[in-house]
Design a protein around this ligand. Structure first.
Ligand code: 5AD
Ligand code: SF4
Length: 494
């Protein structure tokens, strides 16, 4: 092995997984490892897996097959598997793929250094136990050398796990029971993010706005309501944008709606998974709201924050979905005017109640519905983008655009991707700049830098920052891994 030990983390799935990869990267930095550009240059490769749909799981098995060669190409190479598939099927992975050195689930990130040490001595290990302890949140976030995924942006887990048991969803099985962190620890972590230059903080949780609900029910101290947590976080100097993902419609209470009216730093974008626009299907999905309940939440949010952008997740082809049910989804999507939607064909997952439901929708029917829905959404997205042409907005620069050259890319407060040109070195990732939108495309907005002086004044040294990749998998200046998303996967934690 070369003197500098290099690692690469390949991440699939949601932002919670991306954040877990960031935590593992930091554990490795603290052990003296450095980031490789890609798996070819790595002595250690960790695959952080997603099991939300079967496609992602199949991708893992085909990757692992191919990695036999990777492992054999250089003596001493180590291969680890993490994430939701590891949590559920770690045993089987180790039995089937003898070249996998260590497997750890979503509750065991802290064991990575010891598992790695064992692997380097030739001892394989498996850690997939579920932990109900708050310890799992205390990874090296507060370490002064913590390096985030993307300059200027930080993730912060406020709760983990899910007790909703939607009938289609594997997450309660992979992420375990809901557990919320005490508010003081969250505030301290947010302050340390701000101190290292984070301006946009995204709170993560599988049902993030269910934060603290079990503690309140049990009369246990430590957590506060989600709205109160947002209010405390909004006070932290340096935090200029606050986001959260993913909320569940059921936990959108008045307090949270009011926070959208009251807090300037709370971004005017909510990703609110709808899943279906048909009451009978919502019931079979066990979503615990009706179409009217969802409408009412949207109306309240829009009353609180009239410019609010809503995005959503939708599933087509759920067992028993008729043409009429599907029409209900199309109608509601058009009525509510989502600015973007991640839509998926239902995929039966092991251990979920929907997997044994009757009424399977034929694959070609589900495919046709998916295409029709996506076509509708493309039109809505483009129309929403066109309405913004001519307007000014503020962009947090995330990196170079996928179009290359001098094109940079960022996110506006509404979480839309904004691409723009700037002279080399004039604008760096992590800066907040003012731009004017000049063109709309189906996937992004194109803008001109409005005021380079403002950009200059706003600049802050972010030299201590390091990134793994931004949301789109584009590398930032300090690449240490890449977020790969199975096609169509949603970028959030639900
Ligand atoms: N099949 C298809 N889509 C699913 N999702 C979750 N489970 C499944 C499944 N079994 C979608 C939901 C969720 C998003 C993250 O993934 O829309 O909100
Ligand atoms: Fe929980 Fe979201 Fe899955 Fe429902 S879809 S079980 S709320 S993670």
């Amino acid at each position: 092995m070369s003197e500098l030990r290099r690692f690469y983390i390949r991440t699939y799935g949601c932002q919670m997984n991306a954040h877990d990869s960031e935590k593992v990267a930091n554990l490795l930095y603290h052990e003296g490892w450095v980031a490789a550009r890609d798996s070819d240059g790595a002595d250690l490769l960790v695959i952080n897996t997603c099991s939300i749909r079967d496609k992602a799981e199949h991708q893992l098995y085909s990757d692992l097959g191919l990695l036999r060669k990777w492992k054999a190409a250089r003596p001493g190479r180590v291969l680890g598997v993490a994430g939701c598939v590891a949590q559920q099927a770690g045993d089987a992975i180790q039995r089937r793929f003898g070249h996998v050195d260590f497997v750890f689930g979503t509750h065991n990130l802290r064991l990575v250094p010891s598992m790695l040490a064992a692997a380097l001595k030739g001892n394989p290990s498996l850690e997939v136990g579920e932990s109900a302890s708050l310890e799992r949140f205390d990874l090296p976030e507060r370490h002064p050398d913590y390096r985030g995924a993307s300059p200027g942006r930080g993730y912060l887990t406020v709760m983990e796990g899910c007790d909703m048991f939607c009938s289609f969803c594997v997450v309660p099985g992979t992420r375990g029971r809901e557990i919320s962190r005490p508010a003081d620890g969250i505030i301290a972590e947010a302050q340390s993010h701000a101190a290292r230059g984070v301006r946009e903080l995204t709170l993560l949780g599988q049902t993030v706005n269910a934060y603290g609900r079990h503690d309140r029910r049990r009369g246990q101290a430590g957590t506060v309501s989600f709205g109160a947590l947002l209010r405390r976080l909004a006070e932290i100097p340096g935090i200029e944008r606050l986001r959260y993902t993913s909320p569940h419609p059921l936990f959108f209470d008045d307090d949270l709606v009011a926070a959208h009216a009251d807090l300037d730093v709370l971004c005017p974008h909510v990703h609110l998974p709808l899943q279906s626009g048909s009451n009978p299907i919502l019931e079979r999905m066990r979503r615990r709201y009706s179409v009217d309940d969802y409408r009412a939440k949207v109306a309240a949010l829009r009353a609180a924050r009239p410019d609010l952008v809503l995005t959503t997740d939708l599933i087509v082809g759920f067992p028993g979905e008729t043409d009429e049910d599907f029409q209900g989804t199309l109608d509601l999507v058009a009525e509510l005017g989502f600015v973007d939607a991640y839509s998926f064909k239902y995929s039966p997952r092991p251990g979920t109640t929907a997997a044994s439901m009757s009424g399977a929708v034929p694959g070609d029917v589900a495919q046709a519905r998916l295409e029709e829905l996506q076509e509708l959404q493309r039109g809505l997205t483009l129309a929403a983008h066109r309405r913004r042409v001519g307007a000014s907005t503020e962009v947090l620069v995330t990196g170079h655009s996928r179009h290359g050259g001098s094109q940079l890319s960022g996110r506006d407060p509404y979480h839309r991707v904004v691409n723009f040109s700037a002279a080399s070195g004039a604008v760096e990732p992590g800066e907040l700049i003012s731009v004017r939108i000049v063109e709309a495309t189906p996937h992004s907005l194109i803008a001109e830098v409005a005021d380079t002086e403002t950009a200059g004044r706003m600049r802050r040294s972010l030299k201590s920052e390091s990134g793994m990749a931004d949301d789109e998998g584009r590398s930032t200046r300090f690449q240490a891994g890449a977020v790969r998303r199975p096609s169509g996967a949603s970028p959030h934690g639900d």
